[in-house]
Design a protein around this ligand. Structure first.
Ligand code: NAD
Length: 450
């Protein structure tokens, strides 16, 4: 017997010819997450249900289905299971899901408190910091586990500014970029050999003696990062298809190919190959633009260009309006997407999704912010906007647009959570739940009963 309950009033999302088929009452698995997750989830649900009701007048409705991961899984299953197989199966079967943040222990301790994230060397009955009984052995990231086990190979982060959001740059309105970051290989599939181990010695000997390559010092930790043609091309394919479908002007392949030719450089070459072999009618490469078209971009086509990663950071600050869709490798994308979202106001307002073929999970990009747990204080903007991405992915654009309108109005009225309020002169500080309610009111709707 599954621990979760399938809603009787819902239907499964289907999949045909590479596209999801969404019924009017789709079952959507979700979990609120740890720490502040339940607070932001409550605000998000009110906003999503309110927008769907307002847009479709009862014709469409999401049938939410709670599944378990992190602390909620420990409570529902047993004290050592943080990512149950049933949860993975549910996301796979129902194809579209929404998730809150989860605790990920890091460091050399042995146990972690899932309530306050205290890192412990032994396993007391109750956490010495917060008295919680939910203490579990250290585990690898549940987020990474979900992405890898469901092969959600693209991490998608749309980054734009909302008028009035405090941010560190002069012209944040110029920033409107969707980043597609490869989610399964590069350093996510990296293999490392620790200095001083027999394995490191063996690898060092192989590289220096058999392969005759130079490693400057023998006391080196050694890392290997695989980047494949398959992984690079499916990521580039998704980014280019997105640009064509959404009438975006360009896709930029971001890499460090000037230094690493067979991984980073190959990523760039494989991206161009997909563009010209699979999307020939729709794209123009930057070389073609100057060699054949005298720099004049034909209307309706997508420009495919590439840039070195470090230069891209500069360009994001100096000329962000020259970029639209980015396709990049795992590590470059990691830094780039957090830096990008900082430019427009920080993680509290940055949405994200992990997308594969026929399965997608939308998620807040920030962590559990444990010190604010149960305080109804943090900004639910990231999870709400991830919900907007989810509605767009389902083709429910009208509801998605209503939420963006409601959010814009709420921020313009300077009624915001503490993180924005402390940087916005004249703003009124409201709670996480009040922020959700204000968005519903500002889009012209009413709260929908649970
Ligand atoms: P964090 O994102 O939780 O917090 C970083 C800073 O941002 C803190 O100052 C916090 O108060 C603030 N913040 C975060 N979310 C906010 C919000 N919605 N509104 C306003 N302010 C917000 O990162 P952390 O403290 O490094 O990590 C805490 C835990 O979360 C760790 O266990 C970490 O592994 C985990 N984590 C999970 C995810 C995820 O589930 N996707 C992502 C990052 C970190």
């Amino acid at each position: 017997m599954a621990k979760y309950t399938v809603p009787a009033n819902g239907a499964k999302i289907g999949y045909k010819d590479g596209k999801i088929q969404v019924p009017d009452n789709p079952i959507v698995p979700y979990f609120p997450g740890d720490g502040t997750g339940p607070d932001i989830w409550k605000a998000t649900k009110i906003v999503l249900d309110g927008a769907v009701e307002l847009a479709y007048k009862g014709k469409k409705k999401i049938a939410w289905m709670e599944v378990y991961a992190g602390l909620s899984a420990l409570k529902a299953y047993d004290k050592d299971t943080v990512l149950p197989q049933e949860t993975l199966d549910a996301f796979k079967e129902y194809r579209v899901g929404l998730k809150g943040p989860l605790t990920t222990p890091a460091g050399s301790f042995k146990f972690v408190c899932l309530d306050c994230a205290a890192e412990l060397m032994d396993r007391p009955a109750n956490c010495p910091k917060c008295k919680s009984e939910w203490i579990t052995p250290r585990f690898r990231s549940v987020n990474v586990g979900l992405r890898q086990k469901l092969d959600l190979y693209a991490c998608v982060r749309p980054v734009r500014w909302f008028t009035g959001v405090p941010c560190p740059v002069k012209s944040p309105e110029k920033f409107n970029i969707v980043i597609f970051r490869e989610n399964t290989e590069d350093i996510y599939a990296g293999i490392e050999f620790e200095w001083g181990t027999a394995e490191q010695k063996q690898v060092y000997e192989f590289i220096t003696k058999t392969m005759k390559k130079n490693i400057p010092f023998p006391d080196s930790g050694i890392g290997i990062k695989p980047i494949s043609k398959t992984g690079s091309q499916r990521l580039a394919r998704m980014a280019i298809k997105y640009a064509i479908d959404h009438k975006k002007p360009s896709v930029t392949l971001v890499h460090k190919g000037n230094i690493q030719k067979f991984t980073e450089g190959a990523f760039r070459d494989w991206g161009y190959e997909v563009a010209v072999t699979e999307f020939r009618e729709h794209v123009v490469t930057e070389a073609e633009l100057w060699d054949k078209l005298d720099g004049k971009m034909p209307a309706g086509k997508v420009l495919i260009k590439d840039r070195i990663a470090d230069q891209t950071f500069q360009q994001f600050l100096l000329r962000p309006d020259e970029y639209s869709v980015i396709a990049t490798t795992n590590l470059n994308g990691d830094y780039l997407s957090d830096a990008a979202v900082a430019q427009v106001g920080g993680l509290g307002i940055g949405p994200g999704a992990n997308i594969g073929d026929g399965c997608a999970i939308f998620e807040a990009t920030h962590g559990t912010a444990p010190k604010y747990t149960n305080k109804d204080m943090v900004n639910p903007g990231s999870l709400i906007l991830s919900g907007v991405m989810m509605l767009e992915h389902m083709g429910w654009q009208e509801a998605a647009d209503l939420i963006v309108k409601g959010l814009e109005k709420t921020i313009a009225a300077k009624t915001v959570t503490y993180d924005f309020e402390r940087q916005m002169p004249g703003a009124t500080k409201i709670k996480c739940s009040e922020f959700g309610a204000a968005i519903v009111k500002n889009m012209g709707g009413a709260a929908v009963a649970a």
